[in-house]
Each structure stands twice: as structure tokens, then as C-alpha cells.
Design a protein around this ligand. Structure first.
Ligand SMILES: [Zn+2]
Length: 155
């Protein structure tokens, strides 16, 4: 268990606005590195946290006059590309698990293996749920994937 907060943004614009506000506050602390570390430390590490940090750093360069507006915009576009890829990936995980859940429901199965049509590529996907009551991490072990696009889900 972790008591760190998880970052959550609706879209890249929301992330940008939040990052800009942080950069402005950080400016008040003369862009001292330990202030930003302290601020980011309350969030759980992950791909989104690293994108968030990079956007804050890009705004810092701009606010500190260390980069031009044009270069700053280019940097933000790159961060946005990464964000959109990540966002798509998280959506795919949700979509895939939801399709698998429905496949189990349709067959009135709680455990076992099912095959279903992959919601991402339309290929042949499979999913299995095994009861593992002695596993301390999860009572149900989940394995799923798609032979078409190679997507894999496991807990
Ligand atoms: Zn697929």
C-alpha cells in the first residue's frame, strides 16, 4: 500500500494548466530543485508523473527565460504526444478488461478460460481467471491477451 496521491487529468490541457500553476509557484521559490522534488514526492511515480514533471520543467525554462517561446511550444507538443499515447494505452486496458468481463458474464463463468474478439484489433483474444486464495496479492489471478495485436493484461 502507498499513501501517495495518483495524478489524474482529463486531458492534456488540464495537465498543462496544472503544470503552469506549479511552475509559477516554483518561480516564487526561485526554481530551487528541492522545492519541486518535495512537491512531486507526494505523487506516485509513473509515466504520467514523469510527463507532468517534464511539462513543469518546460514551463520553468520558459519562465526563467532559458528557452524561446517557439522552442517551449515544440517541447510541449512532444509532451502532448507522449500523453496521448499513454492515455490511449490506459483506455485500451479498460476496454480490454471490460470486454473480457462481459465474455465471462455471457458464459455465466466466474473462473476458467474464455476467448473473445479483441476490442482493439478485432483479433482472437483470450482471458483466464484462476482462483488463487492463498496468493497474498490477489485472490484471483488474471491472464489475458490477444494473438492479433499482442496486447497483454495481467494482475
Ligand atoms: Zn488485439
Amino acid at each position: 500500500m502507498t499513501n501517495k496521491e495518483v495524478l489524474d487529468f482529463e486531458d492534456f490541457d488540464e495537465l498543462k494548466i496544472a503544470a503552469y500553476k506549479v511552475a509559477l509557484i516554483w518561480k516564487g521559490f526561485e526554481f530551487k530543485a528541492n522545492w519541486l522534488d518535495g512537491y512531486l514526492n507526494k505523487y506516485a511515480n509513473g509515466s504520467l508523473a514523469s510527463i507532468y514533471k517534464n511539462v513543469i520543467l518546460s514551463y520553468k525554462l520558459y519562465l526563467a527565460g532559458e528557452t524561446t517561446e517557439e522552442d517551449g511550444k515544440k517541447a510541449l507538443e512532444k509532451h502532448e504526444e507522449k500523453f496521448n499515447k499513454l492515455d490511449g494505452m490506459l483506455n485500451n486496458i479498460f476496454l480490454f478488461q471490460d470486454t473480457m468481463r462481459k465474455a465471462f458474464l455471457e458464459r455465466k463463468m466466474k473462473f476458467g478460460s474464455v476467448s473473445f474478439v479483441c476490442p482493439i484489433c478485432g483479433g482472437e483474444a483470450y482471458g483466464s481467471k484462476i482462483e488463487t486464495p492463498t496468493n497474498p496479492a490477489h485472490k484471483t489471478t488474471l491472464r489475458a491477451g490477444c494473438q492479433g495485436c499482442g496486447f497483454i493484461v495481467m494482475n
